[in-house]
Design a binder for this molecule. Structure first.
Ligand code: PLP
Length: 356
C-alpha cells in the first residue's frame, strides 16, 4: 500500500493502529465468534464495549459525575434542532456566529423559538471571533450556543466566556479531544464523531444532569436527552460499529498520553504549517492569528490560477483531499489527532517545492 496523508475535513483520517485492530477483530471479536457488527446491542459483549467506551471517554476529558454522555445519531445537524427542543422551554437562546457551522445552527434553531444572535463575525469574512465583551447576551437566556472550532473557516477559540450562570452549549465536532477542556464550564458539549473521533453515524452529547428536565413534549424520543440518558442511549439501536471504533480511538488516545499529550503534538503540527504560511508570499492564511484553528487550516495561493495544478501535484505526492470547502475555495488542510506530524512535514515540503 502506498504511503498517503489524508487531509480530509471529515469523514477523516483514523489512527492506523485502530484500523489494524478493527481488521484483526473484524470476523471474531475477542473469541466471541462474531463481528461487532453482528452483535445484539443489548448482549453482554456489546454492553461491555459501550461501557468501556464511555469510561475511557470520561477519563480522557475528565467528565464530572453530574454529566451524562449520550451516544446518538443524526450528527451535529440533528442536534441543531434538538438543542432548542431539549433546552429552550419558552425562553430566549443566545447564539454567537463565528463561521458556517454556527450560522447553520442559528438557521436550524429558529423554527423552535426565540433565537437571538448575540454576536456575528460574518462581516469580517469569518476571520476572527468577536471580543467576549461585545457579545449582547440575554440575562435570563435558556443557553448560549457557539461553535468552538469552525471546521470550514478555520477559526478556533479556546477561552470560555463568562455567561453569568447561563449554560453554554458548544459544538466541538471538529476539535473535541484535541486538548484538555474544563467540562464543568459547559452545560452541553456535542459533536459528530467523523472529524476527530471515529466513523460517521455517531454523535456524542455531554449534558449536565440538571438540564435534562426541560425538554419540549414535541422532542422525538431518539433525541430526547433525558429519555436516552435513562436508557443508556438505547431507546433505539445505537450505531454500534461506530461506537466500537470510537472506543478503539479512545484506547489509542490514552496510550498516546491522553489529550494533554495530543495538545502538544497538535500545537507542534499547526505551528509547522502556520509558520511556513506566514513567511512565504506564495500562500497565505486569512485568519487573525489569535483565532487560528489547530485542526483545520485553510490557505490560499496568491495566484489562484494555480489551484488545479497545486491539487493535482499534491495528489501525485500522496497528499490527499486538500481542496477547500466549496463555499470558501482555496485549500484546507485538516490535521486532526490521527494526522502524524510526518504528514504536516510532507505537506510543507511539498508546498515549498511547488512554490519553487
Ligand atoms: C461537520 C460539522 C457539523 C455537521 O456534522 P454532521 O455530522 O454532518 O451533522 C456541525 N458542526 C461542525 C463544527 C462540524 O465540523
Amino acid at each position: 500500500m502506498k504511503q498517503i496523508f489524508n487531509f480530509s475535513a471529515g469523514p477523516a483520517v483514523l489512527p492506523k493502529p485502530v484500523l489494524e485492530r478493527a481488521q484483526a477483530e473484524m470476523l471474531d471479536w475477542h473469541g466471541s465468534g462474531m463481528s461487532v457488527m453482528e452483535m445484539s446491542h443489548r448482549g453482554k459483549e456489546f454492553t461491555s464495549i459501550l461501557e468501556k467506551t464511555e469510561a475511557d471517554f470520561r477519563q480522557l476529558l475528565r467528565i464530572p459525575a453530574n454529566y451524562k454522555v449520550l451516544f446518538l445519531q443524526g450528527g451535529a445537524i440533528a442536534e441543531n434542532a434538538m438543542i432548542p427542543l431539549n433546552l429552550l422551554n419558552g425562553k430566549t437562546a443566545d447564539y454567537v456566529v463565528t463561521g458556517a457551522w454556527s450560522k447553520r445552527s442559528v438557521e436550524d434553531a429558529r423554527a423552535y423559538g426565540n433565537i437571538h444572535v448575540a454576536a456575528d463575525a460574518e462581516q469580517t469574512g469569518f476571520t476572527t471571533v468577536p471580543d467576549f465583551a461585545s457579545w449582547q447576551l440575554t440575562p435570563d437566556a435558556a443557553y448560549v450556543h457557539y461553535c468552538t472550532n469552525e471546521t470550514i473557516n478555520g477559526v478556533e477559540f479556546l477561552q470560555v466566556p463568562e455567561t453569568h450562570g447561563v449554560p453554554i452549549v458548544a459544538d466541538m465536532s471538529s476539535h473535541i479531544l484535541s486538548r484538555p477542556i474544563d467540562v464543568s464550564k459547559y452545560g452541553v458539549i456535542y459533536g459528530g464523531a467523523q472529524k476527530n473521533i471515529g466513523p460517521a453515524g455517531l454523535c456524542l452529547v455531554i449534558v449536565r444532569e440538571d438540564l435534562l428536565a426541560q425538554a419540549s413534549p414535541l422532542t422525538p424520543a431518539v433525541f430526547h436527552w433525558k429519555t436516552q440518558a435513562d436508557n443508556q442511549s438505547m431507546i433505539n439501536t445505537p450505531p454500534t460499529y461506530s461506537i466500537y471504533i470510537a472506543g478503539l480511538v479512545f484506547e489509542w488516545l490514552l496510550a498516546q498520553g491522553g489529550v494533554e499529550a495530543m495538545e502538544q503534538i497538535n500545537i507542534a503540527k499547526a505551528n509547522l504549517l502556520y509558520d511556513y504560511l506566514d513567511q512565504t508570499d506564495f500562500y497565505y492564511n486569512p485568519i487573525q492569528p489569535a483565532y487560528r484553528s489547530r485542526m483545520n487550516i485553510p490557505f490560499r495561493l496568491r495566484d489562484e490560477t494555480l489551484n488545479d495544478a497545486f491539487l493535482k501535484a499534491a495528489d501525485l505526492h500522496g497528499l490527499l483531499q486538500l481542496k477547500g470547502h466549496r463555499t470558501v475555495g482555496g485549500m484546507r488542510a485538516s490535521i486532526y489527532n490521527a494526522m502524524p506530524i510526518e504528514g504536516v512535514q510532507a505537506l510543507v515540503a511539498f508546498m515549498q517545492t511547488f512554490e519553487k
